[in-house]
Design a protein around this ligand. Sequence first.
Ligand code: SAM
Ligand code: SF4
Length: 337
Amino acid sequence: MNTIAPVTAPTLIDPFARLIKYVRLSVTDRCDFRCVYCMSENMQFLPRDHVLTLDEIARIGKIFSGLGVETFRLTGGEPLIRRDLPWLVEQLAAHSEVVMTTNGSRLTQFAKPLKKAGLSRLNISLDTLDEHQFHELTRIGHLKDVLNGIDAAQAAGFTIKLNVVIMKGRNDDQILPLVYFAHERGLDISFIEEMPLGVIDEHSRQLTFMPSDEVRQIIEQEIALAPSQYHTTGPSRYWQTASQLPSAPKSRIGFISPHSHNFCGDCNRVRVTSEGRLLLCLGNEQGTDLMPLLRGSATDHEIVERIKMALTMKPEKHHFDLNDTPQIVRFMNMTGG
Ligand code: SAM
Ligand code: SF4
């Protein structure tokens, strides 16, 4: 009797039996803002020829898609600094879901072309609705650009989630205003605990760190919340309003809590930095450099073998500790947040 070998889909599984279905692609380390928690004021950016070309990123996407990856998140730095980004979205969307995290400042120009290119969803970062505070937190950004960007993205038909990093004494007065803003616009919102990536002289993370539970308590002073059944494949844990009052926010409220509620057990992702380094964990340095393969004569098969080999080093969890000197010296914009 003939035995037929079972057909198995190509998959990436790490040593802790976690299936990798999601890749974050950092398309640039550059940005038109200098957020205080993300980079230093005088950030030195990579020389342009050290950064992956969009063709190289498209090739990486095709290879990961062949390995069972279903979703790509474009991030940075500010992804919309790369003017031809809609072209990249179109290439990736031909085989996978493509989503993006952006500071929103250029969406008035890009929202429509991105929609047309096949981008599915947007996360837009917004830490305050106060113009003065916005300028202090981003150092060079203007709130109006982001608010106009949100309008443009909604008009183009995007589903949007707001990402907020709350820092005690800097923007914790904005928790409720941002929740109500999200509600009025029909947007979801996630509050992210600040992570110790990069050494930032003038900004002490121990002093400003605000755990998710404290953020939630502030929201619950005005709005009763109940855990939501809604789950994404990401690290956000969602709550929703428990009140039936018509005025109560209907948006889902997420919390990303790398410190207070470690989410590594469900990790389904890896990252590729703007210099082509495959990073296996946001909070560890294990990885492999794909750039020499991409710029050499390596075949796709050789790149696949390198990715699979690297995955055997994926750590079980991050080791963020606000009380230690940061072990991770790379800034978030280098990593692809
Ligand atoms: N420029 C885009 C933006 O701001 O949305 C994409 C890149 S940014 C690095 C991605 C996300 O990382 C943003 O939501 C930002 O707030 C978050 N982020 C940056 N540095 C962080 C840190 N040290 N801790 C927690 N979140 C951080
Ligand atoms: Fe730029 Fe985003 Fe970092 Fe702010 S968080 S500096 S917008 S990359």
